[in-house]
Write a protein that binds this ligand. Structure first.
Ligand SMILES: C[S@@+](CC[C@H](N)C(=O)[O-])C[C@H]1O[C@@H](n2cnc3c(N)ncnc32)[C@H](O)[C@@H]1O
Length: 246
């Protein structure tokens, strides 16, 4: 079985990451996507986790389909949406984004922190699926990890009571490695392909998508222990690729 089918459930057990409330970051991202698109509409989120962005997008007026492999993430998404009074605007689908049929077309497709899980052929296949979910002229917004941040910060270690988290970098595969070593269980690692905008452009021919824009994201400053939500493209941990259909 691929590591992604077990990693996120174990990560949730260790960190509680998928049961968090909405962060102002999700609200700001939902507002930015909505403003870029011009108005709210139907929105498919791939790898929606605990539904924090999905709920923020519903609060911004979208009708959201939140797709994720992780069943408990979907359960939390429904609770979160209900708690914010937007249960009717968030539909969860438990399934694999390479194979599931969430319906559609959707006015917008988003994917945050879930792109890069597979190999390049998987990514190309997923991008082709994204293009088929979108009408002509619509856009997908995809969070992409940058190679430079993760190469520079390999070796960073965070100690907590229950586990130690270590960042690594596979230079040959250009993948960030994020390892959790629990005190009383085997370590688990997620490995995500990092791409510059130039790398991403090489993936796109034949998918039906073009790179229309790149929004620089934030960076965690490991020495200061501070997260800065907006830095330059050359400094950020991840950016948002705006991928236009057609
Ligand atoms: C790093 S988490 C990000 C979650 C959420 N987007 C966020 O930003 O908080 C990646 C998510 O992608 C989901 N995922 C991984 N592979 C998937 C697949 N093949 N199909 C659907 N979801 C998948 C995981 O279960 C997990 O919830």
């Amino acid at each position: 079985m691929h590591w992604s089918h077990t990693f996120y459930e174990q990560q949730d057990r260790l960190t509680g990451y998928y049961s968090q409330p909405i962060h102002p970051f999700h609200t700001a991202l939902a507002a930015r996507v909505t403003a870029h698109r011009g108005r709210p509409g139907t929105l498919l989120e791939l790898g929606a986790g605990g539904g924090q962005f999905a709920t923020a997008a519903a609060l911004a007026g979208h009708t959201v389909t939140a797709l994720d492999l992780y069943r408990r993430g979907g359960e939390h998404a429904r609770r979160l949406a209900a708690g914010h009074g937007v249960a009717a605007a968030v539909r969860t689908v438990t399934g694999d984004f390479y194979t599931a049929d969430p319906g559609g077309p959707f006015g917008t497709v988003c994917c945050w922190d879930g792109f890069g899980i597979g190999e390049d052929a998987d990514q190309r296949f997923l991008l082709s699926r994204v293009a088929r979910w979108l009408p002509e002229g619509a856009a997908a917004y995809v969070g992409v990890y940058t190679p430079w941040y993760w190469a520079q910060h390999a070796g960073f270690t965070r100690h907590t009571e229950g586990y130690t988290q270590t960042y690594g970098f596979d230079a040959d595969g250009c993948r960030m490695l994020d390892t959790y070593a629990p005190t009383a269980a085997p370590a688990l690692t997620q490995s995500l392909r990092c791409s510059s905008p130039a790398d991403l452009r090489l993936l796109l021919p034949g998918t039906g998508l073009t790179l229309a824009d790149v929004w620089a994201g934030g960076a965690y400053h490991t020495q200061a222990g501070v997260y800065q939500p907006q830095v330059s493209l050359g400094e950020c941990m991840s950016d948002v690729a705006v991928l236009q259909r057609g």
